[in-house]
Design a protein around this ligand. Structure first.
Ligand SMILES: Nc1ncnc2c1ncn2[C@@H]1O[C@H](COP(=O)(O)OP(=O)(O)OP(=O)(O)O)[C@@H](O)[C@H]1O
Ligand SMILES: Nc1nc2c(ncn2[C@@H]2O[C@H](COP(=O)(O)O)[C@@H](O)[C@H]2O)c(=O)[nH]1
Length: 196
């Protein structure tokens, strides 16, 4: 349906994408599009919750709107998972790296509301994922990956398209998110040139 929209939350590791998607889910009842990955589950991550966890073989059996390699693992968002979320609500959320967000913007146009999340000091990202309890060797591999460095900066292809949302202070982030959601739900669009 043309009225359906998906809020695409993108940005670097640890910047708060999943936290934001959870807030949109809890506050606005937006279902999350569950994506597929071959990476190993973290503690407390369940199949069909955080992700559909796949083997290399099972990953290849799905139909993807887009797919990427990120820090050595495969990730992909399936047409089926997006349809499932839109069957529950006209507004859904998805968490993607910036390559995926660019594909969503290109493939879905106005139906994709892209939110690029940043922090003022990227050093805090390492602290955040350590506090989250990520395995230190995985954190090191992640930080060293070209995808991590790439996703710290708004890609050229998303300039003028993505909302830029600073997530230094969670209370302020929630207030800014409320502004974006209210505008989108009312069919308006806030200026996207500067950071919110
Ligand atoms: N504004 C904030 N201030 C401090 N900590 C935050 C803030 N937002 C999120 N966090 C915390 O930072 C950690 C990383 O957040 P989250 O898992 O949402 O990041 P992410 O962008 O989804 O990361 P990844 O891409 O690695 O999955 C979590 O422990 C979360 O609680
Ligand atoms: N392009 C896609 N990116 C995805 C997808 N699912 C998750 N992600 C992004 O990958 C990295 C790593 O995630 P993590 O859970 O291992 O920390 C992160 O930026 C996610 O947003 C997807 O289907 N396509």
């Amino acid at each position: 349906m043309k009225n359906n929209k998906v809020f695409v939350i993108t940005g670097a590791t640890g910047v708060g994408k999943t936290t934001i998607a959870r807030y949109l889910q809890e506050t606005y009842h937006m279902p999350r599009v569950i994506t597929h990955t071959t990476r190993k589950p973290r503690e407390r991550e369940e199949n069909g919750g955080a992700y559909y966890f796949e083997t290399n073989d099972s990953f290849e059996k799905n139909h993807y709107l887009e797919r990427v390699m990120y820090a050595g693992s495969k990730y992909g968002s399936s047409h089926e998972a997006l349809a499932l979320a839109w069957a529950q609500s006209n507004f859904a959320t998805i968490v993607l790296d910036t390559a995926g967000a660019i594909t969503y913007a290109r493939e879905l146009g106005e139906q994709a509301v892209i939110i690029f999340v940043t922090v003022t000091h990227p050093d805090v990202l390492i602290e955040r994922v350590q506090i989250r309890g990520d395995d230190p060797s995985i954190v090191q591999q992640r930080i060293a990956s070209p995808e991590f460095m790439r996703d710290v900066t708004l890609p050229e292809a998303l300039r003028g398209i993505a909302y830029q949302l600073e997530n230094d202070d969670w209370a302020k982030t929630k207030a800014r998110l409320d502004l974006i959601v209210t505008d989108v739900m009312n069919g308006r669009s806030l200026p996207k040139k500067s950071k919110l």
